[in-house]
Design a binder for this molecule. Structure first.
Ligand SMILES: [Zn+2]
Ligand SMILES: [Zn+2]
Length: 344
């Protein structure tokens, strides 16, 4: 079968290869991939701009769904032919404090699809039963494949932050994670302000069409002034950093309300080049957020089933696997909001 394989640890060490089909263990299913999302991290792997270890060679792709074609002897509850989507934590230890308390996304031994074990930019993938969720009827594969990035937004906004209807939530960074996070805040009844840069203009246009309370090009309008102007000069109770750059974090500290919270989703390998004194002076909480767990996935799938998330503006590219490079480039150039690959 054809697969998008990262084979080395240099820039652009990724190619389409013929690889053997995987075999499954007793608690796994063999999933035939129907759709897989291209994540910002896939692009970072491709360009070798990541700081964490990757097991090469590895098949990329961790946002995926498909149809079960084979079940292991100990698999219960799932059958051949079921439409399912998979979580990303392909390997967890199962016995550490985090696994035992349901926080398995934080297991120190966690290995994810697409960098730790073979992922989904191919036809067949081996998936442990515990990763599976059923796709509700009426939700197409191209949407179900994006359950993962929506779950990142849900975890950031609804698990690691408190949103109150009517309050202002600012999302810095209109990438897919930022736009999904902003949509979750909107569903929650918040007044949502999305900020981005000139290079994000296509994504800012998508944000306009999705319909948030304000969409700000931070290179044309000072985002701090814009947020203060909309909040009686006191700032936003919740600022979500889905951008990552130091400048965005500096803005977050300036625009957050006293006693508010900054929730940080985006990574940034660069050291912080600023004082954190504003956090102290304003008594602001800084909250990191990473990944998601089972209940979040089920809730996100329910939101998809009831049509509460605008997916039309999010899925801008659906391409065959053979055109993976075009999809990666569209993501890197921020031309795509979200690109989906389909096996050939
Ligand atoms: Zn991702
Ligand atoms: Zn563990």
């Amino acid at each position: 079968m054809k697969a998008v394989v990262k084979y080395g640890l240099d820039d652009k060490n990724v190619e389409l290869r013929d690889v053997p089909e995987p075999t499954i263990g007793p608690t796994d299913v063999l999933l035939e991939v129907q759709a897989a999302g291209v994540c910002g991290s896939d692009v970072e792997f491709w360009r070798q701009r990541i700081t964490y270890p990757i097991n090469v060679p590895v098949i990329q792709g961790h946002e995926f769904c498909g149809i079960i074609r084979e079940t292991g002897s100990e698999v219960r509850d799932y059958r051949v032919g079921d439409r399912v989507v998979s979580e990303t934590a392909a390997v967890i230890c199962g016995v550490c404090e985090f696994c035992r308390s349901g926080e398995y996304n934080l297991c120190p031994d966690r290995k994810g699809f697409g960098y730790g074990v073979d992922g989904a930019f191919t036809r067949y993938v081996r998936v442990p039963q515990r990763c599976l969720h059923r796709i509700p009827e009426g939700v197409p594969f191209e949407h179900a494949a994006l359950t993962e990035p929506i779950a990142v937004g849900y975890n950031a906004l609804c698990v690691k932050s408190a949103i109150h209807p009517g309050e202002t939530v600012v999302v810095l960074g209109p990438g897919p994670i930022g736009l999904f996070a902003a949509q979750i805040a909107k569903i929650h009844g918040a007044r949502v302000i999305v900020c981005g840069l000139e290079v994000d203009r296509r994504r800012l246009q998508a944000a306009e069409r999705i319909g948030f309370d304000a969409v700000i090009n931070s290179e044309r309008h000072d985002p701090v002034a814009a947020v203060l102007a909309r909040t009686n000069g006191v700032g936003a109770p919740l600022v979500v950093d889905a951008a990552g750059a130091n400048e965005a974090f500096a803005q977050a500290m300036q625009m957050v309300r006293r006693n508010g919270q900054i929730t940080k989703i985006a990574w940034n390998a660069a050291p912080l080049n600023m004082s954190l004194d504003p956090l102290v002076a304003k008594a602001v909480r800084l909250q990191g957020t990473y990944s998601h767990t089972w209940r979040t996935w089920e809730n996100v799938l329910r939101l998809l089933a009831t049509g509460q998330i605008n997916m039309t503006e999010m899925v801008t590219h659906v391409l065959p696997l053979t055109e993976w490079e075009r999809a990666f480039e569209a993501a890197e150039q921020r031309e795509a909001v979200k690109a989906i690959l389909q096996p050939v």
